[in-house]
Design a protein around this ligand. Structure first.
Ligand SMILES: NC(=O)c1ccc[n+]([C@@H]2O[C@H](COP(=O)([O-])OP(=O)(O)OC[C@H]3O[C@@H](n4cnc5c(N)ncnc54)[C@H](O)[C@@H]3O)[C@@H](O)[C@H]2O)c1
Length: 522
């Protein structure tokens, strides 16, 4: 990509930068694949952990499979739907203007825009849009007519057709595949309708809102043979790939405990989103929003802050824990736990919501001799990590990946005794995007960026993880050879059942079990 060539020319990945990045890392550090080559043999030898550093780095990004243009329909063009449009190369002209203005004054926005313009052409076309809020639907139509990729600036495309219902959209003959970015309670109804029409599906997380529909969607996806991808774009995050390689090589030893957390402390982080002044009973098709949920009279709070009510939401477990779970399932192949317990309550945001703002869940995996703990509060920003605790070392996964040896490690005993390894100082660290200007604006954005949910790095280049995740799905559709995307329906099923087990344990105040022989929660 031209932009990256410029980066090299401008000397951004200079040796000075690399060394500066390594300065805080006594033993060995990575700043991205392109930089590994610059680490000297002496540094490599010093690493007590790895003989072959490159073996833990993920391979490059697969090329875009050639073939016919894939025609996409999108259901739900709110916050996430618009983000996914951007990941496909579509940005509203107003947004472009706004970003261009910011880019003139701020290096972060300049890089942000350049990365967007440089995204590769996935050879897709948005032919259909459906959203029950008129403003979002019209904005989606305008956005989808404005495509950017491979450095081209604002190609005018044909505007997609607007459909009043998702049922009509999925039935349209010029729709090959459907993207679902509606509230949680509508994921499965839309996905079922699409799959039954033979349309491939990219569905936002979590997979499902009820346990029953989780079985149904798995069956229909398998029976119809459509290509299904769940929207856990963390599957594309480089640090998770490295974490997996390291753990597979035994870097941290026997794992007994994993701790993952959510900490936020502002109304936005607690889902108290703004109410659009243009929203009212005339501009929102309320009946369609309700869908399978219990009937409730028109409510702007419920429409915009739907995450606060079980009627439409899956709470902390489905909304935020699932990102953590999916990362760990990717790294450790955890599968569905044997049992779950949970506690918590509505302790801070006493605003009429029904979902808890404090939630603790413990998932037992006796088959793996480990516990997975999730602990969340929406009323404290105290940073707590994603920590995988092994007998020989622990691994901390945030923006960075650190491996820190345990003083009582068996594997590193000799090296610790000889002073080659100092416990509490990282024996491995991965610090992505050191050259990037960090100007993440809101705490919620920081929350997602810290989890690798916004962007990642390959070969020293920045990629939007959602772009890569959509690209993987589109490649599988085009290949049409049975290859499945990384978050396919089996992985999605595990995600949904695990999250539901935690929620049921919370509601019932008792331990719930997974019977793997009957595939039932008991
Ligand atoms: N992968 C991620 O990192 C990520 C990030 C944010 C959100 N999400 C997921 O994306 C989904 C949407 O979240 P959001 O923040 O965009 O919510 P949102 O409220 O901003 O957007 C939802 C959109 O769906 C529309 N809608 C509601 N009912 C509909 C129906 N029956 N038919 C068509 N459109 C309908 C609404 O009008 C709205 O425009 C959620 O499931 C959420 O979990 C994922």
């Amino acid at each position: 990509m031209d932009q990256e060539k410029n980066k090299d020319k401008s000397g951004k990945y200079s040796r000075r930068d690399i060394l500066a990045g390594l300065a805080s890392v006594p033993v060995i550090g990575l700043l991205g694949y392109g930089l590994v080559k610059n680490i000297s043999d002496r540094q490599k030898k010093q690493s007590p952990l790895l003989d072959d550093l490159e073996s833990v780095m993920p391979k490059g990004i697969p090329a875009i499979v050639e073939g016919e243009t894939i025609r996409l329909g999108i259901v739900g063009v709110g916050g996430r739907g618009r983000y996914l449009l951007k990941a496909l190369g579509y940005l509203h002209p107003d947004r472009i203007d706004e970003f261009e203005k910011r880019a003139k004054q701020d290096k972060y926005w300049e890089e942000y825009l350049n990365d967007f313009y440089a995204q590769e052409d996935l050879n897709v076309k948005i032919t259909a849009i459906c959203d029950v809020f008129k403003k979002n639907a019209l904005r989606g139509v305008e956005t989808a007519a404005n495509i950017h990729h491979n450095g081209t600036n604002g190609l005018k495309g044909e505007a997609p057709k607007r459909y009043q219902t998702y049922q009509e959209l999925v039935a349209a003959p010029d729709v090959d595949a459907v993207i679902i970015a509606t509230p949680d309670h509508l994921h499965v109804p839309v996905a079922l309708e699409a799959a039954r029409h033979g349309k491939h599906v990219y569905c936002e997380k979590p997979l499902s809102w009820t346990v029953e529909e989780t079985y149904e969607i798995r069956k229909v996806v398998k029976d119809t043979g459509i290509i299904f991808q769940l929207g856990h774009q963390g599957r594309q995050t480089e640090s998770y790939h490295i974490a997996k390689s390291l753990i597979d090589q035994g870097a941290i030893g026997k794992i007994s405990l994993i701790e993952v957390c959510t900490n936020r402390n502002d109304p936005n982080g607690a889902w108290v989103y703004d109410i659009d002044p243009e929203a009212n009973e005339k501009t929102i098709d309320w009946k369609q929003f309700i869908g399978p949920a219990p009937w409730h009279e028109f409510s702007l709070e419920r429409f915009f802050r739907w995450r606060c009510w079980w009627d439409y939401s899956t709470g902390l477990s489905g909304d935020l824990f699932t990102h953590e779970y999916d990362a760990l399932n990717q790294i450790l192949n955890l599968g569905i736990p044997h049992s779950a317990t949970a506690s918590g309550g509505i302790y801070f945001f006493k605003d009429g919501r029904t979902v808890p703002d404090v939630l603790n869940m413990a998932f037992e995996y006796p088959q793996r001799d480990l516990t997975l703990l999730y602990s969340a509060t929406l009323a404290s920003e105290k940073e707590r990590g994603k920590v995988i605790m092994g007998h020989d070392a622990y691994m901390e996964l945030n923006e960075t990946l650190l491996v820190i040896a345990d003083p009582k490690s068996t594997r590193y005993k000799e090296k610790i005794e000889k002073g080659i390894i100092e416990p509490h100082i990282p024996i491995f660290s991965y610090v992505p995007g050191q050259d990037k200007v960090d100007a993440i604006t809101t705490p919620t954005e920081k929350y997602f960026a810290g989890r690798g949910l916004l962007y990642t790095y390959r070969d020293g280049k920045t990629f939007d993880t959602s772009h890569l995740h959509l690209r993987e799905w589109i490649n599988c559709i085009r290949l049409n050879n049975g290859m499945q995307p990384s978050c396919d329906i089996d992985q999605s099923f595990q995600e949904a059942i695990t999250a539901h087990m935690g929620t049921i344990a919370y509601h019932e105040g008792r331990r719930v079990y997974w019977d793997s022989s009957t595939e039932k929660i008991i």
